[in-house]
Design a protein. Sequence first.
Length: 147
Amino acid sequence: MTTPEIAEATRIVPASAEDIFELLATPANHALIDGSGTVKGTKRGTPQRLSSGARFGMNMRILGPYPIVNEVVEFEEGRRIAWRHYGGHIWRYILEPLGPNTTQVTEQFDPTHARSPWVLKMLDASRRNQRSIDLTLHRMVEWASSR
C-alpha cells in the first residue's frame, strides 16, 4: 500500500509573519485555530514557546481524550515550523511575508515519513486532514482579523 498524499492549503492572512509565527510557536494557542476540533490544550511541562528540537505535549480528543507528545523538527524563526509525534507524520507551516501585515501561509500534513502509512491510508488521513487544514487556515484568518 502506498503512502497517503501530502495534504496542503495556502491562504493569505492579514497579519505579519512574525505575529503568525508567534501564534504557531506558542502551543497554548494551538486550540484557538485548530480546524480538526481535536486539540484541547497543552499538557503540563510544555514549553511556553517552541524552538528547534523542543518537545511539547498536547491534550487531544478523538472519540475519547488522549495525550500526545510532539517534537519540533523544522524551525526557521518567522518562516517555517513543523512538528511530528511518534507516528512520524509531520504538521508543517510555511510563512511567506507579502507585506508588513500580509502573509501567505501554507499548512501541510506530510505523511511521507509515517511509521505506519497503511494506517493513515486506511483512515483516509490525507482527505480528512485536508478539511481540517482548510478550516484551520480559515480560523487563522479570523484570528488575524479580530486583533
